[in-house]
Design a protein around this ligand. Structure first.
Ligand SMILES: Nc1ncnc2c1ncn2[C@@H]1O[C@H](COP(=O)(O)OP(=O)(O)OP(=O)(O)O)[C@@H](O)[C@H]1O
Ligand SMILES: [Mg+2]
Length: 310
């Protein structure tokens, strides 16, 4: 099951992604964490002292691997971030993803992958979505199931709508601070999410008391799943002090348990997943990718391909 953490800049997406991944791992769940933000911060909060090999630097290898023998995709150059799998493509099981060569393992057994930072060449020229494309491609080719956890820390704000990436999840947790700006992104996301049938739950963060909770409830209604309080343990961790999950305040640990419960209750919808993979690919092909590659990328859609099976 794939879950995305989205929200306004600084709301706590990375903190929450990391704590959730650590919580699930502590309960014995296999976890892949993906840093899909170009501001690489997840490794640090997961307790690693270095960054994994950036996926964005290995796009060609990743594409060559995923396209396999798919006759509709004759080269890596013909593969764009939305190119969907078809017959002959190499689909990934959760273990394949977790075992990928570009991941690092944390002391808690979480496998971390990262899009990678901006490089000099990116500035002003190529937009970073081509780098985030690695995550989208991997998720498009992933056949995962219940009890397997893929946790993705997303870019801030509504940037995620620029591609189909926001539809590649079983569930999206929107992290919101109890401020007008904090819930502003929620209102944008909510509209998009309902248009695409994307399951969304709000997780309040840095809550200081009942009036904060009232504010969130007033603003987001039943979408409010739970909230984390402002955490002295998280602050201490950010100050470089050693941190384990046991340091977390009980109310915050309970919130993590609720997130997991909500995700475990979510059902897979491979039909939606496949339909939207194709929808975004068509859109992408027509908007720029046909022109960029000089190919008819719409023909990459394989009408006989069945999503969710290997
Ligand atoms: N519950 C919390 N209690 C205390 N501090 C918190 C809490 N959640 C997040 N923070 C702090 O808030 C700051 C921003 O958090 P974080 O980096 O996770 O946000 P983000 O949404 O990932 O930001 P960005 O948009 O820059 O990626 C960090 O210093 C983090 O330690
Ligand atoms: Mg972040």
């Amino acid at each position: 099951m794939r879950v995305a953490f989205v929200g306004k800049g600084g709301s706590g997406k990375t903190t929450m992604s990391a704590l959730f991944a650590r919580y699930v791992a502590s309960q014995g769940g296999p976890v892949v964490a993906m840093d899909a933000d170009i501001n690489q911060h997840l490794a640090l909060v997961l307790g690693l002292d270095r960054q994994p090999e950036p996926l964005g630097a290995h796009l060609t290898e990743i594409k060559d691997h995923l396209r396999g023998d798919n006759p509709r995709i004759p080269s890596a150059e013909a593969m764009v971030k939305t190119t969907p799998p078809g017959r002959g493509s190499r689909l990934l099981g959760f273990d394949d993803l977790a075992g990928g060569e570009y991941a690092l393992t944390t002391s808690e057994g979480i496998r971390l992958m990262a899009t990678g930072p901006f490089s000099e060449d990116d500035l002003g020229v190529a937009c970073y979505h081509s780098k985030v494309g690695a995550v989208e491609l991997l998720l498009n080719h992933l056949v995962d199931g219940q009890g397997e956890y893929v946790v993705v820390d997303m870019t801030a704000g509504a940037d995620s709508f620029a591609s189909g990436l926001f539809t590649r999840f079983d569930l999206t947790f929107l992290v919101a601070e109890p401020t007008r700006q904090g819930v502003g992104v929620y209102h944008q996301y909510r509209e998009h999410a309902s248009r695409y049938d994307v399951a969304l739950a709000v997780v309040g963060n840095k809550v200081h008391g009942p009036s904060d909770v009232d504010f969130l409830r007033d603003q987001v209604g039943d979408d409010l799943l739970t909230w984390m309080e402002h955490s002295a343990a998280v602050r201490a961790m950010e100050q470089g002090r050693p941190f384990t999950l046991d340091d977390l305040e009980p109310a915050n640990a309970d919130a993590l348990a609720l997130l997991r419960k909500r995700l475990d209750e979510q059902e897979k919808d491979w039909e939606r997943f496949g339909r939207q993979a194709e929808e975004f690919h068509l859109r992408n092909a027509r908007a720029w990718a046909n022109a960029r590659t000089g190919l008819d990328l719409e023909a990459q859609i394989d009408p006989e391909f069945v999503y969710g099976r290997r």
